[in-house]
Write a protein that binds this ligand. Structure first.
Ligand SMILES: *[C@@H]1O[C@H](CO)[C@@H](O)[C@H](O)[C@H]1NC(C)=O
Ligand SMILES: *[C@@H]1O[C@H](CO)[C@@H](O)[C@H](O)[C@H]1NC(C)=O
Ligand SMILES: *[C@@H]1O[C@H](CO)[C@@H](O)[C@H](O)[C@H]1NC(C)=O
Ligand SMILES: *[C@@H]1O[C@H](CO)[C@@H](O)[C@H](O)[C@H]1NC(C)=O
Ligand SMILES: *[C@@H]1O[C@H](CO)[C@@H](O)[C@H](O)[C@H]1NC(C)=O
Ligand SMILES: *[C@@H]1O[C@H](CO)[C@@H](O)[C@H](O)[C@H]1NC(C)=O
Length: 428
């Protein structure tokens, strides 16, 4: 179910109902006279079997809807110059339903419509404010973009089928339900500036889950999600992914306003795990996570002072990059990092020797380079693939600057930059 709650809802629906005035053409009356018992057997009718219907006005649409309860092909609206689109008796569209680039259409409705078998596309419709298909429960790909005043959407409370849902630049305020839907290919919800809640029980997302640039106080509730292929969450106030167990590719949390990230069920990440610029984030739990096949990047989260929430993490397949006000790091189970490690902390409490001078003699970092800087004091080392530490150096860049910065520090900075760039390439 996609249910949009706004004060405007009832008013909008009432407007639609009263606003539509379908004129009967001579053709329609004749057709109805021949068809008193209801609709013809749609599958026998040539019109209903056409691949493509280009609709320019409601009269065209009435001809189609009076003739066909099932439309085999696609319906496209072109040069449509009326404010309302009403699908009348049409129950099922097996192809696409496409309305694009129109600034006159205010509403789209169909009280009988149950199915759109292809793509349901609403693109660049600057006046559209309401979509009403109260019986619609069988969908495939829903892709809406640039529908800036669309605030009311009504469809069946129990959607049976839907494959992908992509909504951007709408005025929707909430997105809920899909209670019968376990799996989606893509859920991509972005730039809906009034969207304050996303609440679903979806369990699997096989291609992409992406949420970004919606309302500042967006609350994302997907507690049943077990598995996602690739997942990016940005600009969100609360994130509930408490059941998430596997991510096949990357998992990224960027510029969120959350203070908590509780992913205590997460077991593996197939790509990079990035936790970046979440300024209020201080409570994290990734304690079941045992493997990250890509890199681990934790950067510019002002409130994260200790990275000690990866109690089971054994293997990092890429590089490590930590940046921020980090006082301590603790990875009790970590045995192998295949890439480099670059750690840059503004705190002078961070003990870089943990990384640069490993107790066991050989380092868990195998990617060639370890750089650790704590408040200007920098330690670095190269490591061989077997973990042997070579050329360990420690320098204090603040002292160097005081004596003579131009040559030594300049070169060091260049080397550091190259090292970071090199590492970065490994991560991405
Ligand atoms: C409609 O026509 C198809 C194909 O001729 C036929 O298989 C079907 O039984 C008909 N349905 C009805 C309700 O008459
Ligand atoms: C509706 O559009 C069709 C072309 O698809 C055109 O022939 C017809 O005259 C239009 N009818 C009205 C009432 O505008
Ligand atoms: C994963 O998502 C990110 C962010 O949306 C995107 O840049 C990247 O291309 C995606 N990767 C794959 C393999 O789809
Ligand atoms: C993603 O990972 C899960 C669990 O490890 C696995 O069952 C699934 O086949 C993977 N999917 C893809 C597309 O790689
Ligand atoms: C790991 O997950 C299991 C259930 O899958 C749970 O019982 C356990 O408490 C979790 N461990 C941690 C450290 O969170
Ligand atoms: C720094 O060293 C360079 C080259 O050794 C020298 O030319 C320059 O005058 C020195 N600058 C300062 C401020 O000592």
């Amino acid at each position: 179910m996609l249910k949009i709650i706004t004060a405007l809802l009832l008013a909008a629906v009432a407007t639609i109902v009263h606003g539509i005035n379908i004129e009967e053409s001579g053709y329609d009356r004749e057709f109805q006279a021949n068809n008193q018992d209801g609709l013809k057997n749609a599958s026998n009718n040539v019109l209903c079997k056409k691949d493509q219907h280009i609709i320019e006005n409601q009269t065209d649409l009435n001809v189609l809807s009076n003739e066909c309860s099932t439309v085999d092909g696609s319906i496209t609206f072109q040069n449509y110059v009326e404010p309302h689109i009403n699908l009348g008796n049409i129950k099922s569209i097996n192809g696409d339903f496409l309305v694009e680039e129109n600034n006159l259409v205010v509403s789209v409705q169909g009280d009988s419509l149950q199915k759109i078998g292809g793509t349901f596309k609403l693109y660049d419709l600057t006046s559209l404010n309401a979509v009403s298909f109260p019986r619609l429960h069988d969908l495939n790909v829903v892709h809406w973009r640039v529908v800036p005043i669309l605030s009311s959407v009504v469809w069946d409370n129990n959607i049976d089928l839907i494959k992908s849902l992509i909504i951007s630049d709408s005025s929707l305020t909430s997105l809920k339900g899909f209670d019968k839907i376990e799996k989606l290919e893509t859920l991509n919800i972005n730039n809906n500036r009034y969207l304050e809640s996303i609440d679903t029980n979806i369990k699997y997302i096989s291609k992409q889950l992406s949420v970004s640039a919606n309302a500042d106080d967006l609350i994302l509730q997907m507690p049943q999600l077990i598995w996602a292929n690739n997942l990016t969450i940005r600009d969100t106030k609360e994130i509930n992914l408490e059941g998430l167990q596997y991510v096949n590719q990357s998992l990224e949390f960027i510029e969120n306003k959350v203070d908590t990230l509780q992913l205590s069920e997460l077991k593996s990440v197939g790509g990079t795990l990035g936790i970046i610029e979440n300024r209020h984030l201080s409570k994290l739990d990734f304690n079941n996570l045992s493997q990250i096949s890509g890199g681990l990047m934790i950067a510019n989260n002002n409130a994260i002072e200790k990275i000690d929430f990866f109690k089971s993490l054994k293997l990092i397949g890429g590089a490590i990059q930590f940046k921020g006000n980090i006082r301590d790091t603790d990875f009790p189970s970590l045995r192998l990092v295949k890439g480099s490690a670059v750690i840059e902390s503004s705190s002078d409490e961070l003990d870089c020797s943990k990384w640069v001078t490993p107790n066991a003699g050989s380092s868990i970092i195998r990617g060639g380079k370890i750089e650790c800087e704590a408040k200007g004091k920098k330690s670095s080392a190269s490591v061989r693939q077997d973990g042997t530490v070579l050329d360990r150096t420690t320098s204090d860049s603040s002292e160097e600057k005081e004596t003579n910065g131009s040559t030594t520090t300049g070169t060091n900075l260049l080397l550091l930059t190259l090292a970071i760039l090199g590492t970065f390439r490994l991560i991405v």
